[in-house]
Ligand binder design. Structure first.
Ligand SMILES: O=P(O)(O)OC[C@H]1O[C@H](O)[C@H](O)[C@@H](O)[C@@H]1O
Length: 576
């Protein structure tokens, strides 16, 4: 195969640097230390604030009032150097063969600057940098698994520069090895190291790493490899027919995210070679200001936009991605969404056909109707776990390790991972499974466009009302008495739990892994702590608005004395 390395520049002489680095990262930077610096002073706590669960997130673009830039170039370089140090330890590298790290980014306006700073951090640590430029998050993970030396794969580690669907001024990092995405503890460790590395930075040191990086960066068109794998997967599912989607009309909406780039690639390199018509696809151009709608399947405007596109174009199917393509949703030819519980129901039906009886791991805000559907209609087992894509994936992996077979971990947010795809959190792969279903139905002579998908979710009971109300905790309120918002939130949850036990109209969920879940009035509610924010999200589902209000009233009366809790969203909902 012809190599696609587009800019192969002789790597720097990293050997002494890498060996030195393995002993002590700090020494590398100290070695060049002159006494003066223009680098702003930062405390360790400033670095720790950049942690957002298993990601790093911060402000990368100046200009928004009250939001100073936290992901500066030196901070970014320190974080990348810290990841490199962590990776060297993890892989027990001895410096004999340099490790390789791939770097990709979404369409944010700060992407280029951060990509350069990340590359300097890695190169300065003596590792090889392979830039993919615009890429999707799942493709980055995939690059740790691909066996293809022509594309400099597999890489030892991968960094995706993205802040998912957050506003344009933010950005951040996700890190991968072939074992998957890094978890919270690893991110904490990396930020601690980054704070130390940052302290040792000097102007001269940074200039030197700039020169080294410019000599050692390689670039590869990796998205070609990734998309051709997707094409192969669909063809395989359709008995190796070359164009199994011939004549299907599929519109894609990427909300101008990296998905925009990816959707174009997805169209040109996945959908079109498979035979699909893609006219009417929209917002494919990457635009970091997201002028049309937020690239987020959880956003109502976004779902409305793709639904309209499907109906106006009389398409068979609509596909929508989030900014970095790790989340997705779909719309059938009648404009009915495969989103949230309906997406999980569809994916469960597909996976349970292939693996009868398997356990489907989902997040905590899934509906009771979904459990009935998975267990009674599909014959599977629904394991409702916690919110957070990493949580559901790790739980599915854990279940398999203790002998309980699970093939799908999926969130209502549109994150989803399959065992067959190395538990890669990949919105595009979810859509490939959906395309497989269309293609294999066609191959076995079943016509009718996306009806084959719609039929799969028949029987799923859907609530008349489903809301998520986000109750903020005022961290400056005197009621917190210097404690954390988490402690305060836990106190709210404890009181609500006691309240439920003494209310005969409510039944506490017998099995629950997060927050307080109860059923009553023909519906249910869940109050839990947000994974990231000082917020208690309250989900309520019921057959009617009246019943949902009764559940809301139960929560409201239980927690009314917590004055640091902003109840306005709930008050508005329960108003007559
Ligand atoms: O806890 P919340 O604030 O509702 O956020 C929860 C969500 O946070 C992020 O968006 C993660 O990517 C999702 O996996 C998770 O479900």
């Amino acid at each position: 195969m012809e190599t696609d390395v587009v800019a192969l520049i002789t790597p720097i002489c990293y050997c002494e640097f890498a060996v030195f680095f393995t002993h002590s990262l700090l020494l590398v930077f100290l070695a060049a230390a002159p006494s003066t610096t223009s680098i702003p002073y930062l405390e360790k706590v400033d670095f720790m604030k950049l942690q957002n669960g298993s990601d790093i997130r911060g402000v990368a673009v100046a200009g928004v009032e009250g939001e100073p830039v936290t992901l500066t170039e030196p901070v970014t370089e320190a974080i990348a150097a810290a990841f490199s140090a962590w990776l060297l330890e993890m892989k027990r590298a001895d410096g004999a063969k340099p490790l390789r790290v791939s770097v990709g980014h979404d369409s944010r306006i700060s992407a280029q600057v951060l990509q350069d700073a990340v590359s300097r951090g890695i190169a300065g640590a003596g590792l090889d940098v392979v830039q993919y430029r615009l890429a999707s998050t799942p493709a980055m993970f995939n690059s740790t698994l691909t066996e293809d030396e022509a594309f400099l794969c597999p890489v030892d580690g991968a960094i995706m520069i993205t802040a998912s669907h957050l506003p344009y001024n933010r950005n951040g990092f996700k890190f991968f090895t072939n074992a998957g995405g890094l978890g919270k503890a690893d991110i904490k460790n990396i930020l601690e190291r980054a704070a130390d590395i940052y302290k040792s930075f000097t102007d001269e040191g940074l200039m030197k790493s700039k020169r080294k990086a410019s000599e050692s960066i390689k670039r590869v068109d990796y998205m070609t490899v990734y998309t051709s794998d997707l094409v192969k997967a669909v063809r395989k599912a359709a008995e190796n027919i070359e164009r199994p989607l011939e004549g299907f009309h599929i519109v894609v909406d990427a909300g101008n995210g990296a998905g925009g780039f990816f959707a174009m690639v997805f169209q040109e390199k996945v959908l079109q070679p498979l035979g699909a018509i893609t006219s009417g696809s929209q917002f494919l151009e990457p635009d970091g200001l997201f002028p049309n709608h937020i690239p987020n399947p959880e956003d109502k405007t976004a779902m409305k936009a793709i639904t309209q596109a499907v109906l106006e174009n009389k398409a068979d199917l609509g596909i929508i991605f989030d900014t970095d393509v790790d989340r997705s949703a779909a719309v059938d030819s009648t404009g009915h969404e495969f989103n949230r519980n309906r997406l999980i129901a569809l994916m469960s039906a597909i996976v349970l056909e292939e693996h009868p009886g398997t356990t489907i791991v989902t997040d905590s805000v899934t509906s009771d109707g979904l459990t009935t559907f998975i267990e009674k209609k599909l014959g599977g087992k629904h394991h409702r776990f916690k919110r957070g894509y990493k949580n559901v994936i790790d739980e599915a992996v854990r279940l398999n390790s203790v002998g309980e077979e699970s093939h799908l971990a999926i969130e209502t947010s549109g994150h989803g991972a399959l065992k067959e795809n190395h538990w890669l959190d990949d919105g595009a792969y979810l859509m490939v499974k959906v395309l497989n279903k269309l293609a294999s139905a066609r191959a076995s002579g079943i016509a009718g466009g996306s009806k084959v998908l719609t039929d799969l979710v028949e029987g799923l009971q859907e609530p008349g009302v489903a809301v998520e109300l986000r109750l903020k905790i005022d961290q400056n309120h005197p009621d917190l008495k210097g404690g954390s918002f988490r402690e305060y939130g836990m106190a709210v949850l404890r009181l609500l739990e006691n309240h439920i036990e003494s209310d005969p109209k409510l039944q506490k969920a017998p099995v629950n892994y997060e927050g307080v879940r109860a059923s009553g009035f023909g519906g249910w509610f869940l109050l839990r702590l947000s994974l990231h924010d000082p917020v208690l999200p309250l989900n309520i589902e019921a057959a009617s608005h009246g019943d949902a209000v009764k559940l809301g009233l139960a929560v409201s009366s239980a927690v009314k004395d917590f004055h640091a809790l902003d109840m306005s969203a709930l008050d508005k909902f329960i108003q007559p």
